[in-house]
Design a protein around this ligand. Structure first.
Ligand code: PMP
Length: 416
């Protein structure tokens, strides 16, 4: 049993000693002390079904025994910097990762986070093309350092960064987007940005491929830009139909970035590109002390093996489709659900107080989240208006888990 400090004691320390910008979910924030596959446990040993997976970071399941074993074995043996010496854990994982990629995407640069991966990807695109302009999508999140904060396009996440060379194209959101699901029109917007906002050539286009249509990508490529697929959340089998989100678009990107699920919660990120493009980083020394260190890459290799061994991609497809259908049924039952979207185990449920006006149901979103937490189900929240449930559980999620989640939502909505 847990004998550590209570939630209140932790809150008090957090207020005094941690960043004032930290936020938390729930009126009574949850103190999580243990994790086991798709479950989290609080200080009283109460079990919660985790349908958010630490923002899609846990792909195999919390404390998956194979991943834990690999990490522990490597820590006991050696942990050090990534650079200067040789170590097989790093090269073995790079090889395994490259084998999951199409085309000539086989050169891996390791980082510690998704932000670092996207910063590096944007720099590579600029070096390779000799252009500075980068196109990203409105509503995107790509990281919180200077360049990626520029590419991020939601005011809530942006401090006073110089918007150096980044242009934000219309978000091809079928639900709220001005052109609905008309891909041609969004592609025209990208073309307009290129024609009127740049020299006619761009360094690249960065997006989560799950958000776009291939038309957008092709536009950017025609302007000489590199296509950067941010797979930080959508990668590692999460979308079910494919291992990578971009594969559903039928376009092979020039650069792929990843983090979160790559290490099942261990800090690790990566940029994967072609040998030809990777060559640009030989012009200077590129150095990252801990990016892809032996312990993190040992975790990464274990994750790939677990995904394969436990058929997690197939599970994401089967359970994800089942869950999505059940959520769509719920939408037929409750007016407050305006939209259900996503693929595999990366789903969104948007709440509105008026289906015609699509008025964001922000307070109701918080209420439902709080109520289902009391019933033992954790989900995430996002969207510009804070009115979208984010469902990104560990990929070992079962149909019974999906039923429990939807039943908890159903019960809560029936009482509203
Ligand atoms: N890209 C996407 C799509 C993300 O969701 C995130 C994190 N929310 C990032 C990049 C940044 O990753 P990190 O927080 O590891 O820097």
């Amino acid at each position: 049993p847990y004998t550590g400090p209570s939630a209140d004691e932790i809150m008090a320390k957090r207020k005094e000693f941690l960043s004032p910008s930290l936020f938390h979910f729930y009126k009574n924030p949850l103190n999580v002390v243990d994790g086991r596959m798709q479950y989290l446990f609080d200080e009283n040993g109460r079990r919660y079904l985790d349908a958010f997976g630490g923002i899609a970071t846990v792909c195999c399941g919390h404390c998956h025994p194979d991943v834990v074993e690999s990490i522990v074995n490597q820590v006991k043996r050696l942990q050090h910097s990534t650079v200067l010496y040789l170590n097989h854990a790093i090269s073995d994982f790079a090889e395994a990762l490259a084998s999951k990629m199409p085309g000539n995407l086989k050169v891996v640069f390791f980082t510690n986070s998704g932000t670092e991966a996207n910063e590096l990807a944007m720099m590579i695109a600029r070096l390779y093309t000799g252009c500075n302009d980068i196109i990203s999508l409105r509503n995107a999140y790509h990281g919180n350092a200077a360049g990626t904060m520029g590419a991020t396009a939601q005011s809530i996440w942006k401090f006073n960064v110089i918007q150096s060379g980044v242009h934000h194209a219309l978000n091809p959101d079928p639900y709220r987007g001005v052109f609905g699901s008309d891909g041609e029109k969004y592609a025209k917007d990208v073309q307009d940005i290129i024609d009127f906002g740049t020299t006619g050539n761009v360094a690249g286009f960065i997006s989560e491929a799950i958000q776009v249509t291939c038309l957008l990508l092709i536009k950017a490529l025609k302007a000489g830009g590199l296509c950067i697929a941010d797979e930080v959340q959508a990668g590692f089998a999460r979308t079910g139909s494919h291992f990578w989100g971009f594969e559903a678009q039928g376009v092979v990107p020039d650069i792929v970035t990843m983090a979160k699920g790559i290490g099942n919660g261990i800090p690790l990120g990566a940029v994967v590109t072609t040998p030809e493009i990777a060559e640009v980083l030989t012009r200077r020394s590129y150095f990252n002390t801990f990016g892809g260190n032996p312990v993190c890459t040992a975790a990464g290799l274990a994750v790939l093996k677990v995904i394969e061994k436990e058929n997690l991609q197939e599970n994401a497809l089967v359970v994800g489709s089942y869950l999505k259908n059940r959520l769509i049924e719920l939408k037929d039952k409750y007016e407050i659900i305006g939209d259900v979207r996503g693929r595999g185990l990366m789903l969104g449920v948007e709440l509105v107080t008026d289906r015609q006006q699509k008025t964001p149901a922000k307070a109701e979103t918080l209420h439902v989240m709080d109520q289902i937490k009391e019933m033992g189900v954790l989900i995430g929240k996002g969207g510009f208006y804070g009115n979208v449930f984010r469902i990104t559980p560990p990929l070992c999620f079962t149909k019974e888990d999906a039923d429990f989640l939807v039943d908890a939502m159903d019960y809560t909505m029936s009482k509203m």
